[in-house]
Design a protein around this ligand. Structure first.
Ligand SMILES: Nc1nc2c(c(=O)[nH]1)N[C@H]1C(S)=C(S)[C@@H](COP(=O)(O)O)O[C@H]1N2
Ligand SMILES: [Mo]
Length: 367
């Protein structure tokens, strides 16, 4: 199946940017729109309102006409499909709260600094996504035994910096990862149709994986029998680290374990007395087992996990303590998942700046 080269109209970038700023998002780039949630808006334990959910785009936002839109499923399948939006609605759908995090979240914390979007810590959010399980559609198409990967194509396209040729946003998943990951073909976000900047009318949601796997504006799924080598698969979204003097490359896959302090805000001034420290924690590989908090370089104290624990959503946590003396104190939080993975004190530097899950430190002024 050849990717179609139809020109898709773009959403007015100035309008998209203005809406993001009105909603309080921190805009890093307007063309294409890239913006993150401010830390105090990362409310613990609940979903983010759609308007405040971070946006990560590589190209302009395409505006797709629902009557012309199709999800084509082809390549190594028994029965190629061309599904209309209403055909999808006739299939079994389900909803799940899933945390999406950009692999570049926290990139601004690397030293030496790394080029690319300078994300602070708000390129993460949780929403309730509703859609058709990917396996339902794969089952209907009948993936042939020789297929080893699925390529997911978005309708967005453009040229990379310094290049002239136009490429699509495309990503692949190993067949095994695609079928075991509870992936959804999502058409709704927090009970509303997908907003245009989040992939209207349909996107993939791959729970537990860094956001790059969750292809927006999805129009094609192709089953292939060779490792996919598209730009966003092999040139970007790769950890390049040095191990024993040698450069090792590994693909970005599951979200690393991480906690965020949402309250107090960095440099917030609070009155002496009872102090509530709250945040969220998540891990792509396993549920969060515990979150510990250290106050003023003191020992790690276990925080209380709040709200229900669901498999793919971040978990709220809190620690209530007392600080009476006026001072400026450092508060740190560290999450550990049930697989025993925990956060490092310092970011693990890698050339493209992904997966910074170092312990966050917030300075709080007690008056
Ligand atoms: N088609 C398409 N899908 C995409 C992207 C993109 O640029 N184009 N960006 C990816 C990346 S890197 C992330 S982190 C998430 C962001 O999803 P959001 O903008 O809905 O928060 O979408 C992913 N899916
Ligand atoms: Mo991302």
């Amino acid at each position: 199946m050849k990717p179609s080269d139809d020109i898709v109209p773009a959403f007015d970038p100035d309008e998209a940017c203005r809406r993001a700023m009105d909603a309080g998002l921190v805009v890093h780039r307007a063309h294409p729109l890239n913006c993150e949630t401010s830390i105090p808006a990362l409310i613990g334990g609940v979903v983010m309102p759609n308007a405040q959910f971070y946006v990560r785009n590589h190209f302009q936002i395409p505006v797709l006409d629902l009557s012309a839109w199709r999800l084509n499923v082809g390549g190594l399948v028994e029965r190629p499909l061309s599904l209309r939006f209403r055909d999808l609605h006739e299939l079994r759908s389900q909803a799940a709260a899933v945390t999406l995090e950009c692999a570049g979240n926290g990139r601004s914390g690397f030293d030496p600094p790394i080029e690319g979007e300078q994300w602070n810590l708000g390129a993460v959010g949780t929403a309730e996504w509703t859609g058709v399980p990917l396996v339902e559609v794969l089952h209907r198409a009948g993936v042939k035994p020789e297929a080893s990967e699925l390529v997911f194509r978005g309708a967005d396209a453009g040229a990379l910096p310094g290049r002239t040729e136009t490429i699509r946003f495309e990503r692949s998943l190993k067949l095994e990862d695609a079928t075991s990951s509870d992936a959804l073909l999502a058409f709704a976000m927090n009970g509303e149709p997908l907003p245009v900047q989040h992939g209207y009318p349909l996107r993939l949601i791959v729970p537990g994986w860094y956001g790059v796997a969750s292809v927006k504006w999805l129009t094609e799924i192709e089953a292939v029998d060779a490792p996919f080598s598209g730009h966003f698969q092999v040139n970007a979204y790769i950890y390049e680290w040095e191990r024993d003097g040698e450069v090792v490359s590994e693909p970005v896959t599951l979200q690393m374990v991480r906690s965020l302090i949402t309250e107090p805000a960095p440099n917030e001034e609070v009155e002496g007395g009872e102090l509530a420290i709250r945040g969220v924690a998540w891990s792509g590989a396993a549920p969060v087992a515990r979150v510990e908090v250290s106050i003023g370089a003191g020992p790690w104290q276990e925080a209380h996990l709040v709200g229900e624990q669901t498999r793919y959503s971040w978990q709220g946590w809190e620690l209530i303590t007392r600080i009476d003396r006026p001072s400026t104190i450092a508060v740190r939080a560290r999450a550990t998942d049930v697989a025993g993975r925990t956060q490092p004190d310092e970011p693990r530097w890698n050339r493209l700046g992904y997966g910074n899950n170092a312990v966050q430190e917030v300075s709080v002024r007690i008056s």
